[in-house]
Design a protein around this ligand. Structure first.
Ligand SMILES: Cc1cc2nc3c(=O)[nH]c(=O)nc-3n(C[C@H](O)[C@H](O)[C@H](O)COP(=O)(O)O)c2cc1C
Length: 226
């Protein structure tokens, strides 16, 4: 049964990565062993409530979307799927797009990236961000996008959220993954809530990047598009 799930997850991973222009090189065998590891433990990474300064970083630019609130679409993407979603959402909302870039880039080899990411989750690390804006005070709403990594959000999402005072800010998480396992997305939502102290974290969006109908409906239901 476990082996079955592993093979199914590997197939899904291959489809996701193949669909993406920035897909790192990998073999089927590597995906299978990585997928097997996904099923080993069911953990939610506990986030610390530390908050830090973003001194020295450049500031995100911004255009008003016309709805009266300023929207930031911030995302982390390793192989391009979340990026596709984020670009579409920024287009629809008129929000500013910010790619969260790690100071130490993740390796392009799937297994090596997986090992680093797993250690970061297990140790509840906060990987440094290369392009952290000095301030995001100008934004009323933040759509934060990420892939599921090891059954939760990548730890760098915690780094981003914990870098600011988010009191009064509305947060809308969006994500996708190889398995599209809702429980893993729920884990990531718990992580976001813990990391975004003081913010209002709304129900997130967990759909395939190509499901633009579902994305449109979510944005519309939440008053994020006209
Ligand atoms: C380090 C790592 C860990 C992953 N962990 C999971 C996981 O726990 N569950 C899952 O369904 N997919 C997992 N995946 C697959 C990604 O969620 C999936 O490939 C996603 O589409 C990648 O999004 P991106 O292109 O924006 O990076 C993982 C991928 C990587 C690289």
């Amino acid at each position: 049964m476990k082996r079955w799930l592993s093979v199914a997850l590997a197939a899904a991973l291959m489809i996701c990565l193949a669909a993406c222009g920035r897909a790192p090189e990998e073999t089927v065998a590597e995906s299978v062993s990585e997928s097997e590891a996904f099923g080993q433990t069911e953990e939610t990474a506990a986030a610390s409530q530390e908050s830090g300064n973003a001194e020295g970083a450049s500031q995100a630019g911004g255009e008003n979307d016309g709805s009266g609130s300023r929207i930031l679409v911030a995302y982390f993407s390793w192989s391009g799927n979340t990026e596709e979603m984020a670009s579409y959402i920024a287009e629809q909302t008129g929000g500013d797009l910010l790619e969260i870039q790690p100071e130490t880039p993740y390796l392009t080899d799937y297994n090596e990236c997986g090992e680093v990411a797993q250690a970061e989750r297990d140790n509840n690390e906060r990987p440094a961000i290369a392009n952290l804006p000095a301030s995001i005070e100008e934004y009323d709403a933040i759509l934060i996008g990420y892939p599921i990594w090891w059954h939760t959000a990548p730890m760098i999402i915690g780094t981003f959220l914990e870098s600011y005072d988010l009191s009064g800010v509305d947060i809308y998480p969006f994500s996708q993954s190889a398995s599209m396992d809702a429980e893993q997305f729920d884990n990531s939502m718990a992580f976001i809530r813990e990391s975004a102290a003081g913010a209002t974290v709304y129900e997130g969006l967990f759909v395939s990047p190509s499901d633009t109908d579902a994305i449109d409906a979510y944005l519309s239901d939440n008053g994020l598009i006209q």
